[in-house]
Design a protein around this ligand. Structure first.
Ligand SMILES: CC(C)(COP(=O)(O)OP(=O)(O)OC[C@H]1O[C@@H](n2cnc3c(N)ncnc32)[C@H](O)[C@@H]1OP(=O)(O)O)[C@@H](O)C(=O)NCCC(=O)NCCSC(=O)C[C@H](O)C(=O)O
Ligand code: MG
Length: 289
């Protein structure tokens, strides 16, 4: 299982904030989203575009995947953002409020016309009721689209939902997008946690995201990176258990059996595949350190 890329922690930073862009070069986030959308005031959009594209093209961010979030398709900045991002060649262009396969096709065409390298992927943000209902067609629309990103603030706003511990009002949407991502072989990232001072609440939400099956979480503050990396990485016990399962199954197979028990639990080939996925992720994380 080669080519696994850890995306445990994906940090947004305002594109107009020079200090944050500098600080990010040393932060242990797996990926960065240099933001031109919500975190940038209208008057600062053009200066931020220049700064963000220069940062993405600089090669100064080490192994961190550097992505650019452009302004939405229906805004006056979208086309120029996409052209500039295509030239900068980030790991991905993050597009907010994607609602249909047709929109993904338009973004794909604009990146091609703008001369974006093949390595620049599309990360589609799913954050409206329409996107929840179209999640599969969005995810399947393009090979270039590799990641779905939940936008839970916008989703809550559109639903008139309240933020409550456990996120009951959002679970239907989160589940639909997870189903779409897994059905189409895409990575999926959970939404942000707005209270940067509430680390206990944040960690609980990371755990919920991981239990759901998200690959990682989007973040808004450096203080959220360490707990997020920890929660979304396989623990030492999980790695040891994965090795045990693989070894026990190999032994059983050599004896002509297709099922075995480990610590009293039934193990079949599907559990071995899951154990291999856990080991591949743990190895990819270890390879970064
Ligand atoms: C949330 C914040 C506004 C808090 O800012 P502040 O109170 O200034 O933070 P601190 O004083 O604790 O900052 C400490 C140092 O860390 C740096 N910092 C802070 N945030 C970031 C960051 N995101 N990336 C990099 N560095 C950061 C500060 O510069 C301080 O550095 P130093 O001075 O050297 O000590 C702020 O954290 C912030 O702006 N966060 C990002 C907000 C953002 O990007 N929002 C848009 C994305 S979220 C979204 O849109 C979700 C989605 O669309 C949806 O619908 O859900
Ligand atoms: Mg949003």
């Amino acid at each position: 299982m080669s080519g696994v890329k850890p995306r445990r922690s994906v940090l947004y930073m305002p594109g107009a904030n020079e200090r944050a862009l500098e600080k990010a070069k040393t932060l242990p986030a797996d990926a960065l989203i240099l933001d031109l959308e919500d975190a940038v005031a209208p008057d600062a959009k053009e200066a931020a575009r220049e700064r963000v594209c220069a940062a993405a093209a600089s090669g100064d961010y080490g192994s961190r995947e550097v992505t650019i979030r452009v302004n939405g398709l229906d805004t006056e900045w979208h086309d120029a953002d996409l052209r500039a991002a295509a030239q900068a060649g980030p790991a991905a262009v993050v597009v907010p409020k994607v609602n249909s396969a047709a929109e993904v096709h338009n973004i794909e065409r604009a990146l091609e016309l703008g001369g974006a390298p093949d390595a620049t992927k599309i990360w589609a943000m799913v954050e409206t009721p329409v996107a929840m209902l179209h999640a599969e067609e969005i995810a399947a629309a393009s090979e270039r689209l590799t990641v779905l990103v939940m936008g839970t603030n916008d989703l809550a706003k559109e639903l008139h939902a309240e933020f409550v511990p456990g996120r009951a009002p959002l679970l239907g949407g989160l589940s639909l997008c997870l189903l779409a991502a897994r059905a189409t072989g895409k990575v999926i990232l959970d939404g942000v946690y707005n209270d940067v001072k509430d680390l206990a609440g944040f960690e609980a939400e990371c755990l919920q995201g991981r239990q759901f099956g998200f690959d990682g979480k989007t973040l808004i503050h450096p203080g959220q990176i360490e707990p997020c990396n920890r929660v979304f990485a396989p623990s030492e016990d999980e790695v040891a258990q994965a090795r045990k399962i693989i070894a026990a199954f190999e032994e059983a197979k050599a004896e002509g059996r297709g099922v075995v028990t480990v610590d009293g639990r039934m193990i079949e080939n599907l559990h071995v595949e899951n154990a291999q996925r856990i080991l591949a992720l743990a190895e990819a994380i270890a390879g970064k350190n």
